[in-house]
Design a protein around this ligand. Structure first.
Ligand code: 6PG
Length: 246
């Protein structure tokens, strides 16, 4: 069943992150109730840090032992690097909740061979979800952000990974940063039961209007996230949503 896209606009950034935390915990409770666990891929960058801090502060006693955390993408740096998404999540969330270390699946991005790091992470996904060779994992939830060029995860416009239809995780060469990024591919994103985009701030307003209201050929990476049988939710604050027709 095609995904249903909904857009939720909250008055302020604070309201946005509180609503996102409730959405996250609601999805977790529903998944744990339905099949005993919650599998979620976290997004990186700066926007979600406030969400992760709120989850640590307000849901410290949640059943984190039933939560299995993955990363939708990672920079090609060690986990101690200021650029590392793992470092950001570790500092804002993991060090503040009681989640078993075996429930956290970190991308081995310290490996100087980005292709090997991506293959290793893909093998971790295949093992965890007990996938057959042609299968894709169905995450209960994947969190995403949107970049100024319409990228999401580390799927950047005109980058090689946009065409990947069989691998789960690839090392994507991002020319403008002159580096590899390790990222989920579109098939993984589009097999999720729910995808939640989080965007905050006026600097996202132009791109959000473009992505959510314009028909672009070829579509921007963020426009290609269309779960084939799942929920697609955009959670924005007023500043980010300011240029949307409503
Ligand atoms: C990353 C993210 C990336 C991010 C967007 C938005 O590794 O940086 O996965 O896709 O979500 O670039 O970043 P901000 O939240 O910092 O605006």
């Amino acid at each position: 069943m095609p995904s249903t896209r909904s857009i939720e606009v909250l008055a302020t950034a604070t309201d946005l992150f509180h609503a996102a935390a409730e959405e996250f915990i609601g999805a977790a409770r529903s998944a744990i109730g339905a099949h005993g666990r919650f599998t979620v891929a976290l997004s990186g960058g700066s926007t979600p840090k406030a969400l992760y801090s709120l989850l640590a502060a307000n849901y410290f006693n949640f059943a984190w032992n039933r939560v299995f955390l993955f990363f939708g993408d990672e920079r090609h740096v060690p986990p101690t690097d200021p650029e590392s998404n793992y470092r950001m999540v570790n500092e804002s969330l993991l060090t503040k909740i009681s989640i078993p270390s075996e429930n956290v699946f970190r991308v081995p991005a310290e490996n100087p061979d980005a292709v090997a790091a991506a293959a290793d992470y893909e093998a971790q996904l295949r093992r965890f979800f007990a996938l057959k060779p042609a299968d894709f994992p169905r995450f209960d939830c994947i969190l995403l952000g949107i970049g100024p060029d319409g990228h999401t995860a580390s799927l950047f416009p005109e980058s090689p990974a946009l065409d990947e239809q069989s691998r789960l995780v690839v090392a994507n060469w991002v020319a403008k940063f002159n580096t590899h990024r390790i990222t989920f591919t579109f098939p993984v994103l589009n097999h999720a039961a729910a995808v939640i985009f989080l965007a905050s701030g006026a600097d996202k307003a132009d791109m959000l209007r473009h992505v959510l209201e314009d028909k672009i050929t070829p579509p921007l990476p963020s426009q290609r996230v269309q779960p084939s049988d799942g929920r697609l939710l955009w959670m924005l604050d007023e500043a980010a949503a300011a240029k949307l027709k409503r």
